[in-house]
Design a protein around this ligand. Structure first.
Ligand SMILES: Nc1ncnc2c1ncn2[C@@H]1O[C@H](COP(=O)(O)OP(=O)(O)O)[C@@H](O)[C@H]1O
Ligand SMILES: [Mg+2]
Length: 299
Protein backbone atom coordinates (compact mmCIF):
# COMPACT_ATOMS: atom_id res chain seq x y z
CA UNK A 1 0.00 0.00 0.00
CA UNK A 2 1.50 3.38 -0.96
CA UNK A 3 1.68 6.32 1.44
CA UNK A 4 -1.38 8.18 0.18
CA UNK A 5 -3.52 5.00 0.24
CA UNK A 6 -2.37 4.32 3.82
CA UNK A 7 -3.30 7.85 4.80
CA UNK A 8 -6.69 7.46 3.16
CA UNK A 9 -7.35 4.17 4.99
CA UNK A 10 -6.35 5.67 8.34
CA UNK A 11 -8.57 8.67 7.67
CA UNK A 12 -11.53 6.48 6.82
CA UNK A 13 -10.96 4.22 9.86
CA UNK A 14 -10.90 7.29 12.10
CA UNK A 15 -14.10 8.56 10.48
CA UNK A 16 -15.87 5.21 10.93
CA UNK A 17 -14.74 5.03 14.54
CA UNK A 18 -16.07 8.50 15.32
CA UNK A 19 -19.35 7.73 13.64
CA UNK A 20 -19.67 4.46 15.50
CA UNK A 21 -18.97 6.01 18.88
CA UNK A 22 -21.45 8.83 18.15
CA UNK A 23 -24.03 6.23 17.30
CA UNK A 24 -23.25 4.12 20.36
CA UNK A 25 -23.79 7.10 22.62
CA UNK A 26 -27.08 7.92 21.00
CA UNK A 27 -28.32 4.33 20.98
CA UNK A 28 -27.21 3.94 24.58
CA UNK A 29 -29.49 6.61 25.92
CA UNK A 30 -32.27 6.73 23.40
CA UNK A 31 -33.86 4.04 21.32
CA UNK A 32 -36.42 1.83 22.96
CA UNK A 33 -37.71 -1.02 20.79
CA UNK A 34 -41.20 -2.23 21.66
CA UNK A 35 -43.21 -4.76 19.71
CA UNK A 36 -46.98 -5.03 19.97
CA UNK A 37 -48.63 -8.38 19.61
CA UNK A 38 -51.77 -10.28 20.50
CA UNK A 39 -53.29 -13.66 19.95
CA UNK A 40 -55.72 -12.68 17.25
CA UNK A 41 -56.47 -9.91 14.81
CA UNK A 42 -58.94 -7.18 15.60
CA UNK A 43 -57.92 -6.47 19.19
CA UNK A 44 -56.80 -2.98 18.12
CA UNK A 45 -53.04 -3.39 17.74
CA UNK A 46 -52.72 -1.18 14.70
CA UNK A 47 -55.04 1.51 16.10
CA UNK A 48 -53.20 1.54 19.42
CA UNK A 49 -49.69 1.58 17.90
CA UNK A 50 -50.54 4.40 15.45
CA UNK A 51 -52.18 6.56 18.09
CA UNK A 52 -49.67 5.74 20.81
CA UNK A 53 -46.93 6.94 18.46
CA UNK A 54 -48.75 10.25 18.02
CA UNK A 55 -49.25 10.52 21.80
CA UNK A 56 -45.56 9.82 22.48
CA UNK A 57 -44.72 12.53 19.93
CA UNK A 58 -46.96 14.86 21.96
CA UNK A 59 -44.60 14.23 24.87
CA UNK A 60 -41.75 15.45 22.69
CA UNK A 61 -40.45 12.00 21.74
CA UNK A 62 -39.34 10.99 18.27
CA UNK A 63 -41.04 7.82 17.12
CA UNK A 64 -40.49 5.40 14.25
CA UNK A 65 -43.14 2.76 13.52
CA UNK A 66 -42.30 -0.45 11.68
CA UNK A 67 -45.51 -1.77 10.17
CA UNK A 68 -44.93 -5.52 10.23
CA UNK A 69 -48.64 -6.32 10.01
CA UNK A 70 -49.99 -6.84 6.56
CA UNK A 71 -53.60 -6.70 7.63
CA UNK A 72 -56.46 -4.80 6.11
CA UNK A 73 -55.94 -1.66 8.14
CA UNK A 74 -52.26 -0.82 7.90
CA UNK A 75 -50.78 2.04 9.90
CA UNK A 76 -50.50 4.21 6.76
CA UNK A 77 -54.21 3.78 6.00
CA UNK A 78 -55.29 4.54 9.58
CA UNK A 79 -53.27 7.77 9.51
CA UNK A 80 -54.13 8.71 5.92
CA UNK A 81 -50.54 8.46 4.68
CA UNK A 82 -49.40 7.56 1.19
CA UNK A 83 -46.29 5.37 1.01
CA UNK A 84 -44.09 6.23 -1.98
CA UNK A 85 -42.09 3.03 -2.01
CA UNK A 86 -42.23 -0.33 -0.28
CA UNK A 87 -39.56 -2.44 1.33
CA UNK A 88 -39.40 -4.43 -1.91
CA UNK A 89 -37.35 -1.53 -3.26
CA UNK A 90 -34.94 -1.83 -0.35
CA UNK A 91 -34.48 -5.53 -1.00
CA UNK A 92 -33.99 -4.90 -4.70
CA UNK A 93 -31.29 -2.37 -3.83
CA UNK A 94 -33.15 0.48 -5.55
CA UNK A 95 -33.98 2.59 -2.50
CA UNK A 96 -32.54 3.27 0.93
CA UNK A 97 -34.70 2.95 4.04
CA UNK A 98 -34.58 6.74 4.40
CA UNK A 99 -36.27 7.05 1.01
CA UNK A 100 -38.95 4.56 2.05
CA UNK A 101 -39.75 6.09 5.45
CA UNK A 102 -42.69 8.52 5.35
CA UNK A 103 -43.65 11.30 7.74
CA UNK A 104 -46.86 11.15 9.75
CA UNK A 105 -48.80 13.41 12.11
CA UNK A 106 -46.88 15.12 14.95
CA UNK A 107 -43.62 14.37 13.16
CA UNK A 108 -43.76 10.59 13.60
CA UNK A 109 -42.08 8.39 10.97
CA UNK A 110 -43.30 5.17 9.43
CA UNK A 111 -41.73 2.25 7.63
CA UNK A 112 -44.80 1.12 5.68
CA UNK A 113 -45.75 -2.53 5.33
CA UNK A 114 -44.30 -4.30 2.31
CA UNK A 115 -47.27 -4.00 -0.01
CA UNK A 116 -49.33 -6.78 -1.61
CA UNK A 117 -46.50 -8.76 -3.14
CA UNK A 118 -45.02 -10.15 0.02
CA UNK A 119 -45.67 -9.79 3.72
CA UNK A 120 -42.84 -8.50 5.86
CA UNK A 121 -43.50 -11.64 7.86
CA UNK A 122 -42.45 -13.89 4.97
CA UNK A 123 -38.98 -12.57 4.39
CA UNK A 124 -35.99 -14.72 3.60
CA UNK A 125 -33.14 -14.79 6.13
CA UNK A 126 -31.04 -12.46 3.93
CA UNK A 127 -33.92 -10.02 3.63
CA UNK A 128 -34.49 -10.05 7.37
CA UNK A 129 -30.83 -9.35 8.09
CA UNK A 130 -30.82 -6.60 5.48
CA UNK A 131 -33.91 -5.07 7.05
CA UNK A 132 -32.53 -5.23 10.60
CA UNK A 133 -29.26 -3.69 9.39
CA UNK A 134 -31.09 -0.91 7.54
CA UNK A 135 -33.27 -0.21 10.58
CA UNK A 136 -30.23 -0.09 12.85
CA UNK A 137 -28.76 2.52 10.52
CA UNK A 138 -31.69 4.89 11.04
CA UNK A 139 -33.37 3.95 14.33
CA UNK A 140 -30.71 5.44 16.57
CA UNK A 141 -32.17 8.84 15.66
CA UNK A 142 -35.44 7.96 17.37
CA UNK A 143 -36.47 7.64 21.00
CA UNK A 144 -38.86 4.83 20.16
CA UNK A 145 -39.15 2.12 17.55
CA UNK A 146 -42.67 0.67 17.77
CA UNK A 147 -43.36 -2.54 15.84
CA UNK A 148 -46.89 -3.46 14.84
CA UNK A 149 -46.78 -7.22 14.33
CA UNK A 150 -49.33 -9.52 12.78
CA UNK A 151 -51.47 -11.62 15.11
CA UNK A 152 -50.71 -15.30 15.56
CA UNK A 153 -47.94 -17.61 16.64
CA UNK A 154 -46.09 -18.44 13.45
CA UNK A 155 -42.29 -18.16 13.67
CA UNK A 156 -42.12 -15.07 11.47
CA UNK A 157 -44.29 -13.08 13.87
CA UNK A 158 -42.32 -14.42 16.82
CA UNK A 159 -39.14 -13.22 15.12
CA UNK A 160 -40.16 -9.58 15.39
CA UNK A 161 -41.35 -10.01 18.96
CA UNK A 162 -38.16 -11.65 20.14
CA UNK A 163 -36.10 -9.04 18.24
CA UNK A 164 -37.52 -6.27 20.44
CA UNK A 165 -36.46 -5.10 23.86
CA UNK A 166 -40.00 -5.22 25.18
CA UNK A 167 -43.22 -6.97 24.22
CA UNK A 168 -46.66 -5.48 24.76
CA UNK A 169 -49.72 -7.72 24.31
CA UNK A 170 -52.83 -5.88 23.17
CA UNK A 171 -55.82 -7.87 24.36
CA UNK A 172 -59.53 -7.28 24.77
CA UNK A 173 -61.75 -8.75 27.50
CA UNK A 174 -63.20 -11.49 25.28
CA UNK A 175 -62.37 -15.05 26.38
CA UNK A 176 -60.99 -15.90 22.91
CA UNK A 177 -58.55 -12.99 23.12
CA UNK A 178 -57.32 -14.27 26.49
CA UNK A 179 -56.79 -17.86 25.32
CA UNK A 180 -55.10 -16.74 22.09
CA UNK A 181 -52.79 -14.36 23.98
CA UNK A 182 -51.98 -17.13 26.44
CA UNK A 183 -50.87 -19.23 23.45
CA UNK A 184 -48.62 -16.42 22.16
CA UNK A 185 -47.01 -15.95 25.58
CA UNK A 186 -46.55 -19.71 25.89
CA UNK A 187 -44.62 -19.93 22.60
CA UNK A 188 -42.56 -16.80 23.29
CA UNK A 189 -41.58 -18.00 26.76
CA UNK A 190 -41.01 -21.64 25.89
CA UNK A 191 -39.23 -21.27 22.54
CA UNK A 192 -37.71 -17.79 22.75
CA UNK A 193 -36.96 -17.41 26.46
CA UNK A 194 -39.14 -14.32 26.89
CA UNK A 195 -40.11 -13.93 30.54
CA UNK A 196 -41.67 -10.47 30.83
CA UNK A 197 -44.72 -9.13 29.08
CA UNK A 198 -46.68 -5.93 29.37
CA UNK A 199 -50.40 -5.96 28.68
CA UNK A 200 -52.85 -3.34 27.43
CA UNK A 201 -56.54 -4.20 27.62
CA UNK A 202 -58.20 -2.42 24.72
CA UNK A 203 -61.81 -1.98 23.75
CA UNK A 204 -63.06 -2.67 27.27
CA UNK A 205 -66.59 -1.64 28.37
CA UNK A 206 -65.22 -0.56 31.77
CA UNK A 207 -61.90 -0.30 33.55
CA UNK A 208 -63.07 -2.90 36.08
CA UNK A 209 -63.75 -5.39 33.29
CA UNK A 210 -60.37 -4.61 31.75
CA UNK A 211 -58.59 -5.25 35.04
CA UNK A 212 -60.47 -8.51 35.57
CA UNK A 213 -59.46 -9.68 32.08
CA UNK A 214 -55.83 -8.85 32.84
CA UNK A 215 -56.02 -10.70 36.17
CA UNK A 216 -57.31 -13.84 34.47
CA UNK A 217 -54.48 -13.80 31.95
CA UNK A 218 -51.86 -12.90 34.56
CA UNK A 219 -52.82 -15.68 36.95
CA UNK A 220 -52.89 -18.30 34.19
CA UNK A 221 -49.46 -17.37 32.82
CA UNK A 222 -47.82 -17.06 36.22
CA UNK A 223 -49.24 -20.41 37.32
CA UNK A 224 -48.49 -22.45 34.21
CA UNK A 225 -45.75 -20.60 32.35
CA UNK A 226 -43.69 -18.97 35.09
CA UNK A 227 -43.84 -15.64 33.29
CA UNK A 228 -44.31 -12.13 34.63
CA UNK A 229 -46.98 -9.85 33.23
CA UNK A 230 -47.90 -6.33 34.16
CA UNK A 231 -50.82 -4.16 33.22
CA UNK A 232 -49.79 -1.02 31.37
CA UNK A 233 -53.29 0.35 31.01
CA UNK A 234 -56.87 -0.04 29.79
CA UNK A 235 -58.40 1.68 26.76
CA UNK A 236 -62.20 1.94 26.77
CA UNK A 237 -64.51 0.96 23.92
CA UNK A 238 -65.07 4.27 22.22
CA UNK A 239 -66.93 5.04 18.97
CA UNK A 240 -64.50 7.94 18.40
CA UNK A 241 -61.79 5.40 17.55
CA UNK A 242 -63.47 3.69 14.56
CA UNK A 243 -64.63 7.15 13.49
CA UNK A 244 -61.05 8.42 13.41
CA UNK A 245 -60.03 5.31 11.44
CA UNK A 246 -62.82 6.04 8.98
CA UNK A 247 -61.55 9.61 8.63
CA UNK A 248 -57.95 8.39 8.37
CA UNK A 249 -56.68 10.75 11.03
CA UNK A 250 -55.01 10.27 14.39
CA UNK A 251 -57.56 9.93 17.19
CA UNK A 252 -55.55 12.16 19.52
CA UNK A 253 -55.64 14.99 16.97
CA UNK A 254 -59.21 14.53 15.76
CA UNK A 255 -60.94 13.80 19.09
CA UNK A 256 -58.37 14.70 21.74
CA UNK A 257 -60.85 14.65 24.62
CA UNK A 258 -62.49 11.33 23.70
CA UNK A 259 -62.13 8.64 26.39
CA UNK A 260 -59.92 6.43 24.16
CA UNK A 261 -57.63 9.35 23.24
CA UNK A 262 -57.23 10.27 26.92
CA UNK A 263 -56.45 6.64 27.78
CA UNK A 264 -53.86 6.40 24.97
CA UNK A 265 -52.20 9.63 26.16
CA UNK A 266 -52.08 8.18 29.67
CA UNK A 267 -50.57 4.99 28.24
CA UNK A 268 -47.88 7.06 26.49
CA UNK A 269 -47.03 8.79 29.79
CA UNK A 270 -46.93 5.44 31.60
CA UNK A 271 -44.62 3.87 29.00
CA UNK A 272 -42.39 6.93 28.89
CA UNK A 273 -42.11 7.13 32.67
CA UNK A 274 -40.58 3.70 32.97
CA UNK A 275 -36.86 3.56 33.04
CA UNK A 276 -36.78 0.09 31.69
CA UNK A 277 -33.48 -1.71 31.82
CA UNK A 278 -32.88 -3.48 28.56
CA UNK A 279 -31.47 -6.94 28.70
CA UNK A 280 -29.09 -8.51 26.26
CA UNK A 281 -31.04 -11.37 24.86
CA UNK A 282 -29.78 -14.22 22.74
CA UNK A 283 -30.49 -14.50 19.06
CA UNK A 284 -31.08 -11.83 16.51
CA UNK A 285 -32.12 -8.55 17.96
CA UNK A 286 -32.45 -4.96 16.88
CA UNK A 287 -29.36 -3.14 18.07
CA UNK A 288 -27.89 -6.48 18.99
CA UNK A 289 -24.48 -5.45 17.69
CA UNK A 290 -24.62 -2.13 19.50
CA UNK A 291 -25.81 -3.87 22.64
CA UNK A 292 -22.74 -6.07 22.51
CA UNK A 293 -20.58 -2.97 22.17
CA UNK A 294 -22.09 -0.88 24.96
CA UNK A 295 -23.50 -3.48 27.36
CA UNK A 296 -26.99 -2.66 28.58
CA UNK A 297 -28.51 0.64 27.65
CA UNK A 298 -31.40 2.67 28.87
CA UNK A 299 -29.90 3.34 32.29
N1 LIG B 1 -61.01 1.08 21.92
C1 LIG B 1 -61.73 0.82 20.82
N2 LIG B 1 -63.04 1.20 20.79
C2 LIG B 1 -63.80 0.95 19.68
N3 LIG B 1 -63.34 0.33 18.57
C3 LIG B 1 -62.04 -0.07 18.56
C4 LIG B 1 -61.18 0.15 19.68
N4 LIG B 1 -59.95 -0.34 19.36
C5 LIG B 1 -60.06 -0.85 18.11
N5 LIG B 1 -61.30 -0.69 17.63
C6 LIG B 1 -61.78 -1.10 16.29
O1 LIG B 1 -61.48 -2.48 16.10
C7 LIG B 1 -61.15 -2.74 14.75
C8 LIG B 1 -59.83 -3.48 14.67
O2 LIG B 1 -58.78 -2.61 15.05
P1 LIG B 1 -57.29 -2.79 14.50
O3 LIG B 1 -56.48 -1.71 15.12
O4 LIG B 1 -57.29 -2.87 13.01
O5 LIG B 1 -56.93 -4.21 15.13
P2 LIG B 1 -55.69 -5.21 14.83
O6 LIG B 1 -54.57 -4.39 14.28
O7 LIG B 1 -55.40 -5.82 16.15
O8 LIG B 1 -56.21 -6.21 13.85
C9 LIG B 1 -61.12 -1.39 14.03
O9 LIG B 1 -62.32 -1.22 13.33
C10 LIG B 1 -61.02 -0.39 15.17
O10 LIG B 1 -61.60 0.84 14.84
MG1 LIG C 1 -53.50 -4.62 12.53
Amino acid sequence: MNESKKKQAAESARFTKTRLSDRKLQVKSLTRVISFTGGKGGTGKTSVVANLAVALADLGKSVLILDADLGLANVDIILGLKPRYTLQELFAGNKTLDQIIIDGPNGISLIPAASGVKSICNLSTEEKLLLVDAIEEVAYRYDYLLIDTRAGIDPEVMYFNSSSGEIVCIINPEPTSLTDTYAVIKVLSRDYGEKEFSVVVNNTPSEAQGKRAFQKLASAVSQYLNVETRLLGCIPSDPALPRSVQQQQALNLLYPSSPAALAISELAREIDSQFHQYRIKGGMQFFFKQLLEVGTYGG
